[in-house]
Design a protein around this ligand. Structure first.
Ligand code: ADP
Length: 244
C-alpha cells in the first residue's frame, strides 16, 4: 500500500483522495472514513454513508498505460465481487458501476481522474459498500432498490476492516490481469441481466432498449435487437435498468 488517511467523518473520501492525488499521493494510497456527510454518486447524486454501518473508501492508483483507463471500473467491480464471493455471496455487476445482491444495490463505485495534460496521472476509485442494514438509505432517496450485506447474510457479516483487506487484496490481483482477455471475460461473466431485455436511460431523450449481449474490449456495453443489429453503449452518465 501507499499512504493511509482515516477519518471518523468526512465530506467525501473521493474529494480528499483527489486533492491528495493532485499533491503527489503514492500509488495505492487509501482514504477511508466511517461516515461521509457529502458522499457522491455519479452526476453529483448523493451516496449515503451513515456512521458505523458502511465501508467507504477511495483508492488512488497511478495507471501505467492509457488504453487500460476504461477497464478500471471493471477492475474495481470485480475486486468487490471477488471479496463478496469469498464470503459465500452471489454478487452481480450492474454495468457500469454498481454491485447487486439478489437484484438490489449493495455497493457503488465512483471513478474520477486527475489529468496531467492529456495523460491520466492518478485514478481515484471510490467504493461505498452497505455492510449493516442501517447503511441502506430510506426508500424515497433511492432510484433503484438497495440492500446491505447484513440483509443478505442472515446477519453474519464480516468486520468492515476484514472486508476492506479482502477487497484491497483482490484489487492487487485484478489489477495485474486488467490487460488480459481473461479479465474481460470474467468481467462479462459477472454482469447482471446478461441475455435479458434492458433499458438504458440517459443516452438520448427516450430510453434505449435491447438484449444485453456482453462487453466490448474497452468495457462498453453491447446490446442486440431482434433484427440482428447491435448498439454499443459507452461509459457516460447512462443508467441501466431491467426492462421488466
Ligand atoms: P445509478 O447507477 O443507479 O444511476 P449512481 O451510480 O449515480 O446511480 O448512484 C447514486 C444513486 O444511488 C443515488 O441517486 C441513490 O438513488 C442511490 N444511493 C445512494 N446511496 C446509496 C446506498 N448507500 N446504497 C444504495 N443506493 C444508494
Amino acid at each position: 500500500m501507499g499512504g493511509l488517511r482515516y477519518f471518523e467523518s468526512i465530506g467525501s473520501t473521493n474529494d480528499e483522495a483527489l486533492a491528495w492525488a493532485a499533491s503527489g499521493a503514492a500509488d495505492l494510497s487509501l482514504v477511508a472514513a466511517d461516515e461521509q456527510t457529502r458522499g457522491r454518486g455519479r452526476l453529483n447524486r448523493t451516496w449515503y454513508t451513515p456512521k458505523g454501518s458502511a465501508l467507504a473508501f477511495s483508492l488512488i492508483l497511478h495507471p501505467n498505460s492509457q488504453e487500460q483507463l476504461t477497464r478500471h471500473v471493471g477492475m474495481a467491480a470485480l475486486a468487490i465481487t471477488d471479496a463478496l464471493q469469498s464470503i459465500g455471496l452471489q454478487p452481480r455487476i450492474k454495468w457500469p458501476n454498481d454491485i447487486l445482491l439478489n437484484g438490489k444495490k449493495t455497493a457503488g463505485i465512483l471513478i474520477e481522474t486527475v489529468w496531467a495534460g492529456d495523460k491520466a496521472d492518478s485514478i481515484v476509485i471510490g467504493m461505498g459498500i452497505n455492510v449493516f442494514a442501517a447503511s441502506v438509505p430510506p426508500l424515497e432517496a433511492l432510484r433503484f432498490p438497495a440492500t446491505s450485506l447484513e440483509n443478505d447474510t442472515n446477519g453474519s457479516v464480516p468486520a468492515r476492516e476484514e472486508l476492506l483487506a479482502s477487497i484491497l487484496q483482490a484489487v492487487t490481483v485484478r489489477r495485474r490481469q486488467m490487460h488480459t482477455n481473461l479479465f474481460l471475460h470474467e468481467w462479462q461473466d459477472n454482469i447482471a441481466y446478461r441475455g435479458e431485455q434492458v433499458l438504458i436511460h440517459g443516452a438520448g431523450e427516450n430510453p434505449m432498449s435491447g438484449t444485453l449481449d456482453g462487453l466490448e474490449s474497452d468495457g462498453s456495453l453491447r446490446l442486440s435487437d431482434s433484427q440482428g443489429g447491435c448498439t454499443i453503449v459507452r461509459f457516460g452518465d447512462v443508467s441501466l435498468r431491467p426492462a421488466a
